[in-house]
Design a protein around this ligand. Structure first.
Ligand code: NDP
Length: 279
């Protein structure tokens, strides 16, 4: 039976450490502040944004929210980002995706100053991660690395298989794992013989967006299985991994909820504090 990787507990521990760092910054009259921009009223985004604001409150980070109407133009969005770039009291800027049709998220990410890009989506930070240079690492991959490290799951030399190649999870995670000397395979919807590949994984990460996509017959005995998926179904929140069957075979497994999700937010807080220290 797999050991549960308790992301909620670990995230709490990380937030506790950050609280102390925030207090120290405040004593030096630096008040870490995150600005979150949300356009339109995507239901899931609203929940994510609320969770981020709660985490800021918990850690002592100041929080500013910009809720823009669905019909916001690209120029209006970019003007707001520029205004926040130039505001010295703001240390982190985040544009919640998805944006409504007609708005270009990549252009928004490109416009956020790399120094305030706490989501790590600006091409400068993306490039620096590729070069294994100090940068803002996007929060979900960063959180996954922290989970592996805290549970002493060896990364160096391990075969890590990631199912999913999105710009926010799969690709940056591949770079993080490669930087930590894993042998990395990235699978996607055009991958042939997926099961043959996932069965080789010492560390298997599912970031597909399909409930219970990873079944026990796709998992090697004693693999560490990380479930990034958040699927809202009638049964509630369900991950990309068939938890009940896979936990019998894996050595470690993350639950959904309570696994990668809270870690993502903890690493966002971490990045805001890092930015405040650097500015
Ligand atoms: P995307 O939809 O952007 O990417 C999904 C990836 O899965 C794509 O690369 C796609 O391949 C691949 N894929 C789809 N079907 C298959 C298949 N049959 N076989 C192999 N690969 C397949 O999703 P995200 O990366 O944004 O998110 C993935 C999941 O993680 C979602 O459930 C999302 O809600 C969740 N999430 C959770 C976070 C957290 O903090 N816990 C943070 C971010 C996301 P292709 O590229 O070929 O289309």
């Amino acid at each position: 039976m797999a050991e549960l990787i308790n992301g909620k507990e670990l995230a709490k521990k990380i937030r506790e450490g950050l609280k102390d760092e925030v207090q120290e910054l405040k004593q030096a009259e630096i008040y870490p502040k995150l600005a979150v921009i949300m356009v339109g009223d995507d239901k899931a985004s609203k929940i994510y944004v609320r969770n981020k604001s709660k985490a800021c409150e918990d850690v002592g980070i100041e929080y500013e929210e910009y809720l823009l109407p669905e019909k916001t133009t690209m120029k209006e969005l970019l003007d707001l980002i520029e205004k926040l770039n130039n505001d010295e009291t703001i240390h982190g800027i985040l544009v919640q995706s998805p944006l409504p049709n007609g708005l270009d998220a990549n252009e928004a990410f490109r416009t956020i100053s790399p120094k305030k890009d706490v989501d790590g989506f600006n091409p400068i930070n993306v490039g620096k991660l590729s070069l294994n240079q100090d940068c803002f690492v996007s929060c979900t991959p960063y959180g996954i690395i922290k989970m592996l490290e805290n549970y002493n799951i060896p990364i160096e030399g391990a075969h890590a298989v990631i199912v999913g190649r999105s710009n926010i999870v799969g690709k940056p995670l591949a770079k993080c794992l490669l930087n930590k000397n894993a042998t990395v395979t990235v699978c996607h919807s055009k991958t042939k013989n997926l099961q043959d590949i996932t069965k080789q994984a010492d560390i298997l990460i599912a970031a597909v967006g399909k409930p219970k996509f990873i079944t026990a017959d796709m998992v090697k005995n004693n693999a560490a299985v990380i479930d990034v998926g958040i699927n809202r179904t009638e049964e509630g929140l369900i991950g990309d991994v068939d938890f009940e069957d896979v936990e019998k075979k894996a050595s470690y497994i993350t639950p959904v909820p309570g696994g990668v999700g809270p870690m993502t937010i903890a690493m966002l807080m971490n990045n805001v504090v890092k930015s405040a220290k650097q500015q």
